[in-house]
Design a protein around this ligand. Structure first.
Ligand SMILES: [Zn+2]
Length: 271
């Protein structure tokens, strides 16, 4: 499914998702400014996206990271647009992982993309000047697109969707997520263009709530680990339970992964 609507005089919001009878499991936002697209939505909306964007004649596509809800429709732009990605993300775009049935239903399987240009450090769209900034944590190779004059950040998945994040993917890193959130706060943003919640105006409080929770989570995990508790015991002590679909992810998402990322960090840094 797809919905497209203008946000302001420059930015169009494009939401893609998979749904049944009008209900969408989860939307992912792509953003369009003139002929430039930020992320490409999910594969299950590929044909709808091609149809909806035909009149916009997309010339450039900037990819934040290689998760399937952000790159699923890249292949439809391969001939008409230049696709930009960092070298690590480009490698994943060329060789997308084979998704399990659950993720095929939720997002769809991306097709491989071969023509990819290196991500520039800066670029311009209309009279906007973007800088590409690393946003590690949710994914080690993720980048965002910052417009300092407007104080806008196209932040992909840098800011956790729930205010109390309990689960993550195997390679998620909570200490890195926290450092990235602190860095985002220092940008003093007017608008955070989030990939799942859409544009968030004056986002400082929204971001701070997540920083405060994750800091406290980190402190509690470290304390329990120092007392010799196992990952399972820490999960139980903190009363962390996953959503109904956690088992369906077949271990691609887990509560243990976020706990383990904090323990790894404390062992590495000795704190
Ligand atoms: Zn992601």
């Amino acid at each position: 499914m797809l919905e497209i609507e203008p946000y302001n005089d420059l930015v169009m919001c494009i939401r893609t998702g998979s749904g049944q009878s009008g209900q969408v499991v989860m939307w992912t936002y792509s953003y369009l400014i003139e002929d430039t697209l930020f992320d490409a939505g999910c594969a299950n909306a590929r044909e709808e996206l091609a149809e909806a964007l035909r009149t916009y004649q997309i010339k450039r596509l900037f990819i934040s990271h290689a998760h399937e809800d952000h790159v699923g429709a890249c292949s439809i732009f391969e001939d008409e647009a230049t696709i930009y990605a960092t070298s690590e993300v480009a490698e994943e775009l060329r060789n997308p992982i084979e998704l399990t049935e659950f993720f095929r239903a939720v997002w769809g399987q991306p097709e491989p993309v071969s023509k990819i240009e290196p991500m520039p450090a800066f670029f311009e769209v209309a009279d906007l000047h973007f800088e590409v900034i690393p946003l590690p944590g949710h994914n080690a190779n993720m980048v965002g697109f910052h417009e300092p004059n407007k104080k806008w950040l196209f932040s992909a998945d840098a800011v956790p969707v729930p205010s109390r994040k309990k689960m993550g993917m195997l390679d998620e890193n909570i200490p890195q997520t926290l450092a990235t959130l602190e860095m985002i706060q220092s940008l003093d943003l007017e608008i955070l263009f989030d990939s799942h919640r859409g544009p968030i105006e004056k986002p400082a409080e929204h971001i701070q709530r997540r920083i405060d929770y994750l800091r406290e989570f980190q402190r509690e995990v470290k304390q329990l680990h120092e007392r010799g508790k196992s990952v399972e015991e820490i999960q139980e002590a903190l009363g962390l339970e996953g959503p109904w679909y956690l088992e369906l992810t077949a271990d691609r998402f887990g509560i243990s992964y976020v706990i383990e990322s904090v323990i790894r960090d404390s062992e590495f840094s000795g704190t």
